[in-house]
Design a binder for this molecule. Structure first.
Ligand code: ATP
Ligand code: MG
Length: 333
């Protein structure tokens, strides 16, 4: 059986890192059919939009995409491509793993956390207004529907990938109604996953515990604002955004992409680090239920890093293509 995946190489270093990720995914032996489409700067020049409707339609139809970074040129009046995709495809879950990699400098060891951030509501719904001249009000929206589905996404991931614990992060001691509802939903979903340990932690305490002893956490689930902050905190625990993979999960589709941007100043020079997108590809495999292949990609990445085959941003001398090829070779062994 072959999996159809929309491939969006994107802008800047995007085409180079997606080529490396495709080479690695192909080397797992899992059968893919890539539907390559253009989005970003080149299409904008030709067609007047960075994200043609046919791209959105294809992702909706196929349900899966692997995406390089796409720039939304400032001052062109276009909505960000990433925001448009999130809204059009109702990508409600932002998933960000933070895991130590050998040869990637970090203050911590033993970190292996996956954060599920709710991505449609909370204080980011944009419902705010001025109250007179000297005050402003921003409204925090938490719904049962959105809370249940993000918690469901976190627990079903934990079950599929054999993780041991899910931690819900909140501030329900102060925001008793809104965060209280989120916590109530988390408990309700947790009851359906008796084999997975469940705990809840107040967000400020969670931050302290994360910098003291991050290895105590496994899967974490939280509303939008806390998720935004805590997922960057966790990227910092393991060596920064350069090797940070990500996924955006929705009802209609799932889009896998690196956290970093298009880095135009190093584009086209075989200098970009492809690991973030390769690890996003591992997440795609896990999402497809190809859990063993996903694990073998992570193992191959670790092995190649241990051999010192890495790009300049990690202190190595290898190019984008060499890193991709080395990981693909390690998989075939
Ligand atoms: P964009 O406008 O698309 O966000 P950017 O250049 O700001 O592009 P960021 O991801 O914010 O991209 O990256 C900031 C800097 O980090 C880059 O300019 C680059 O120097 C470095 N960087 C980011 N991603 C990578 C990568 N994959 N490999 C090597 N260096 C990277
Ligand atoms: Mg940037």
């Amino acid at each position: 059986m072959s999996y159809k995946v929309v491939l969006l190489p994107g802008d800047g270093i995007g085409p180079e890192v997606t080529a490396a990720a495709v080479e690695v995914l192909e080397a797992t032996g899992v059968d893919f059919e890539w539907i390559e489409l253009e989005a970003g700067a080149a299409v904008l020049e030709r067609e007047g939009t960075p994200l043609p409707q046919r791209v959105i339609n294809q992702i909706k139809e196929i349900g899966l995409a692997l995406k390089g970074p796409i720039t939304t040129p400032v001052g062109t009046g276009f909505r960000s491509v990433n925001v448009t995709l999130r809204q059009e495809l109702d990508l409600y879950a932002n998933v960000r793993p933070a895991r130590n990699l050998p040869g990637v400098p970090s203050r911590y060891t033993g970190v292996d956390i996956v954060i599920f951030r709710e991505n449609t509501e909370d204080l980011y719904a944009g419902v705010e207004h001025r109250v007179g001249k000297d005050a402003a009000e921003s409204i925090k929206i938490i719904t049962r529907e959105a809370s249940i589905r993000i918690c469901e996404a976190a627990f079903s991931f934990a079950r599929r990938e054999g993780r041991r614990k899910v931690t819900a992060v909140h501030k329900a001691n102060i925001m008793k109604l809104s965060d209280g509802l989120f916590l109530e939903c988390a408990r309700q979903v947790a009851a359906q996953y008796p084999e997975i340990e469940f705990e809840d932690v107040i967000v400020d305490a969670a931050c302290m515990k994360l910098v003291q002893a991050p290895e105590q956490f496994d899967v974490m689930v939280m509303p939008n604002l806390y998720g935004d902050i805590v997922s960057d905190l966790c990227a910092g625990l393991v060596g920064g955004l350069g090797v940070a993979p990500g996924a955006n999960l929705g009802v209609k589709a799932a889009v896998f992409e690196a956290v970093h941007g298009s880095a135009p100043q190093i584009a086209g020079q075989n200098l970009a680090n492809p690991l973030a997108l390769i690890l996003s590809g591992a997440m795609l495999l896990g999402h497809l239920g190809e859990v063993e292949a996903a694990q073998s990609v992570r193992t191959a990445v670790a092995r190649v890093l241990q051999e010192g085959i890495k790009t300049p941003d990690l202190g190595g001398r290898a190019g984008t293509r060499e890193v991709g090829r080395a990981i693909a070779e390690a998989l075939k062994k």
